[in-house]
Design a protein around this ligand. Structure first.
Ligand code: AHR
Length: 518
């Protein structure tokens, strides 16, 4: 049985914008086991001479992560970066109040930046604007990017790193609107501090890009007003405003959860509108873009006890190690559809986080590393989404949800690079859906596809569960069986202007092929 008609109209000439590779970023915070026994574990059978796990680095490459944000997160708001550089044996542990964990300072700025460099990852650093300010932010930037001959650059050189790291992307603090944030500030206090810190940082290195903190979520009572106030202080200085959003299934409300991509869509549109309103008032031609530097599925209200309820722990405790299902993976794929459709205004995004902490990659200390179900749609999108995002027109019935109201039953995004097309489609409905891909005046050929379907089984800790989900719910999309017109690539590509595909219920699908004006 199929639902009523869904049509996706695409043409190579209609585009949204270029897909910035930084859209496929992730995040490593000093939180739980993200760093220790996550990316770093000296003595692990796969560890390199620097103590970093090769198995995790290999999965990170396979995931297609381009950018990694570091060192937090809430952690950064009480961090003293100077305590974690120089000889490791002289570094002292400190009590991180954000996660109530003893931080051993074994991995610091140099270890992280050198790991990123070895793995071909662009780092995105955050400065502490919670307990600290302009002076420390400038010192860290000088430590990272300065040439020899000044105090902090010379300290880096003394610590064994001659060449500046050239870190381009800098976050001015983290979630400063959140009362849980150490050193939390109101919008005026933060706006002034961000402006002063950012202006001084640009004097050290004018080539950097700056991210001002936006709201921690759309549910924050200060949402909107926060963005407006912060940007009034920082508009001419910063490049991006941050967005953070986590989605979860609450009280078994599957339909609302499957509609999370629509919530993200509305959130982006509201933040962009808030930024543009500030720009319009200033008669500015500059456009502020979005750094969606934390997004994911996180069972925040249902499984997380809250930072303040965590006991003080040491030795990389297991904190926020959410186990994901096929359903979560479908939602992650759909959130990526939303991000691609905003390629013109969202150049940077970070799946939070990379390893162990609400992550696509999990590890056991001294043991194996594995892919969670959410790994697959991310890796596939990062691999296929190249070039320009196409401006699609989607006609589809809506689904009524409790949390999100009316949401489209099918969502779609597409990219095109030198004739190679990638299509990403989510069917949020519990029925199979026939989708007409209308491509008038263009030839479309679909060669390959991959699909993730949602499960109903409870998620269970461990690699066996992840393997079972992958085996049952993830795999090749049956192009021959499900593409009923067109479907061949190259000279046999369909030129009739219409190709029909059938999407499985509650699924996310990626298709690759060719698209060219005929
Ligand atoms: O990603 C986990 C936490 O979520 C981050 O530390 C914080 O910025 C957000 O609230």
């Amino acid at each position: 049985m199929t639902t009523s008609r869904t049509r996706v109209l695409l043409h190579p000439d209609f585009t949204v914008g270029t897909v910035d590779r930084r859209l496929f970023g992730s995040f490593v915070e000093h939180l739980g086991r993200a760093v220790y026994t996550g990316i770093h574990e000296p003595g692990h059978p796969t560890s390199d001479e620097h103590g970093f796990r090769r198995d995790v680095a290999d999965l990170t490459r396979e995931l297609g992560v381009t950018t990694v944000r570091y060192p937090g997160g809430n952690f950064v708001s009480n961090y003293r970066w100077e305590d974690a550089v120089g000889p490791v044996e002289q570094r002292k542990p400190f009590l991180d109040l954000a996660w109530r964990t003893v931080e051993p300072n074994l991995v610091g700025t140099d270890e992280f930046l050198q790991w990123a460099e070895r793995e071909g990852i662009q780092p995105m650093m955050a400065v502490n604007l919670g307990t600290r300010g302009v002076e420390e932010a400038v010192a860290l930037l000088e430590y990272c990017n300065g040439e020899a001959g000044t105090r902090w650059a010379d300290l880096r050189i003394a610590n064994g790193r001659e060449k500046p790291y050239g870190v381009k992307l800098w976050c001015l603090g983290n979630e400063m609107d959140g009362p849980w944030q150490i050193g939390h500030k109101d919008a005026h206090e933060y706006g002034k501090l961000a402006r002063n810190a950012g202006a001084a940082m640009k004097l050290v290195d004018p080539s950097i890009e700056l991210v001002a903190c936006g709201s921690s979520s759309m549910q924050m009572p200060t949402f909107g007003e926060w963005e407006r106030t912060v940007l009034e202080y920082t508009y001419d200085l910063v490049d991006h405003i941050s967005m953070h959003a986590y989605y979860e299934e609450v009280d078994g409300d599957r339909a609302s959860f499957l509609g999370s991509g629509t919530a993200m869509d509305r959130f982006i549109e509201r933040v962009v509108a808030s930024a543009d309103a500030v720009g319009a008032q200033r008669r500015s031609d500059k456009k502020i873009t979005v750094s969606f530097d934390e997004w994911n599925v996180w069972y925040l209200t249902t499984r997380f006890p809250g930072e303040e309820n965590l006991p003080i722990q040491r030795d990389a405790p297991r904190i926020i190690e959410d186990v994901y299902s096929g359903l979560d993976a479908v939602v992650v794929g759909d959130l990526l559809v939303t991000l691609l459709n905003h390629a013109d205004r969202v150049p940077v995004a970070c799946l939070a986080q990379l390893v162990n902490v609400i992550a696509p990659i999990m590890t056991e200390p001294a043991g194996e590393a594995w892919r969670q179900p959410t790994f697959h749609p991310f890796a596939t999108t990062a691999r296929l989404a190249q070039g320009e995002a196409l401006d699609l027109r989607v006609t589809t019935p809506t689904i009524t949800t409790k949390a999100q109201g009316e949401v489209p039953s099918v969502t779609a995004a597409a990219t095109l690079a030198d004739g190679a097309v990638a299509l990403f489609l989510t069917n949020r409905s519990p029925e199979p859906v026939e989708v007409e891909l209308a491509h008038p005046g263009a030839a479309l050929g679909i060669t390959e596809g991959w699909s993730m379907t949602a499960d109903h089984e409870p998620a269970v800790v461990g690699p066996e569960h992840a393997a079972k989900v992958a085996e049952k719910h993830w795999g090749a999309f049956d192009v021959a069986g499900r593409v009923t017109a067109g479907g061949a690539a190259g000279p046999d590509a369909d030129t009739a202007g219409s190709t029909t595909i059938t999407l499985p219920p509650e699924s996310w699908t990626a298709l690759s092929g060719t698209l060219a004006s005929s």
